[in-house]
Unconditional design. Structure first.
Length: 316
């Protein structure tokens, strides 16, 4: 339930703060977080299909878009109110809104987040996502949700894909299938969300008061990095069936191979984040981001529940 991502970050944190690492390792650690992470995000596109957006119906897609927007709005509003750094608030918001730690690690280089902000956001996201695995099924049975309604609730409000799957199938097999379909649709929207966040930061929307006026073309170049375009291209190829076709030619399950590769690269990259993160810097940030993360997760969960009561569950 905690997952290998958190283990990688924690191991890096422990080693990086308990041992004075030689300076000659610094370039390799930076390479793992910057270059390998970007490569992982491109490869990650093979797990997403734009067809997923159409599979669960327009009603569920509408709920997802509303809740994603709400999570980002709440995280930023509370972040400003309580003095949480803008980039950290963005990472907390995008982790809750889209697909947990994957979205956090994909967004971090776009907004130039610091290592300790990434570590803090991952920790916050994992804490509340793991709690949801245990609390959601209990709450769902208590309020008498159907399998379709609970699957929609878990798919729209729980963070990481693994946490969503665990939460859904803990309720019922039917709930697990609905939750997975809804969550994959959220995942498929990661690319457009990251592009939008990049454009926002490119125009000085990070709250830093940057009033520089730059051309639209220049802003696009700064806000939509090559690796994000690579992610969208690979997702498009997957949607068109090109990746599966190439796999059949090679007699390999290429989508599965690429999934394993992206997971490995992300683990190496996040271990690098942990190694380069100093706990003293995280202590300066304080505990307030955890409260912002809790409020964002709770607001999303409540809003999701009421939207399901109003619009009905996915596919219904």
């Amino acid at each position: 339930m905690v997952g290998e991502v958190v283990v990688a970050v924690l191991l890096g944190l422990v080693i990086g703060n308990a041992i004075a690492l030689p300076e000659l390792l610094a370039p390799g650690i930076r390479f793992s977080f910057h270059s390998l992470l970007r490569a992982a995000i491109v490869v990650l596109g093979a797990q997403f299909s734009f067809a997923q957006v159409l599979a669960i119906g327009g009603k569920a897609v509408l709920m997802i878009v509303i809740l994603m927007s709400l999570a980002l709005l709440v995280a930023h509003t509370l972040g400003r109110l309580f003095g949480v750094p803008g980039r950290l608030a963005t990472l907390i918001g995008v982790g809750t809104a889209v697909c947990g730690n994957t979205a956090i690690t994909a967004t971090a280089p776009v907004i130039r987040a610091q290592d300790e902000e990434v570590s803090f956001a991952v920790a916050t996201n994992t804490l509340f996502g793991t709690a949801a695995v245990f609390l959601y099924p209990l709450l769902g049975h208590w309020i008498g949700l159907s399998s379709a309604a609970f699957g929609t609730w878990a798919g729209t409000a729980v963070n990481d894909t693994s946490q969503v799957v665990a939460t859904g199938f803990a309720y019922s097999d039917a709930a697990g299938r609905v939750a997975t379909a809804v969550k994959l649709t959220r995942n498929a929207l990661m690319g457009p969300v990251i592009v939008g966040i990049g454009l926002w930061y490119g125009r000085g929307g990070d709250g830093a008061g940057n009033a520089r006026r730059i051309s639209l073309a220049s802003r696009m170049r700064q806000s939509i990095p090559v690796f994000v375009l690579g992610f969208l291209l690979v997702a498009l190829l997957n949607t068109l069936g090109a990746i599966a076709w190439l796999g059949s030619l090679a007699h390999r399950d290429l989508p599965h191979d690429l999934q394993d590769l992206s997971r490995f690269l992300i683990l190496v990259a996040l271990a690098g984040v942990g190694l380069s993160t100093k706990l003293s810097a995280m202590r300066k940030i304080g505990a307030t981001p955890f409260l912002v993360g809790f409020a964002t997760a709770a607001t999303t969960a409540l809003a999701s529940y009421f939207l399901i009561r109003w619009l009905g569950p996915a596919g219904g």
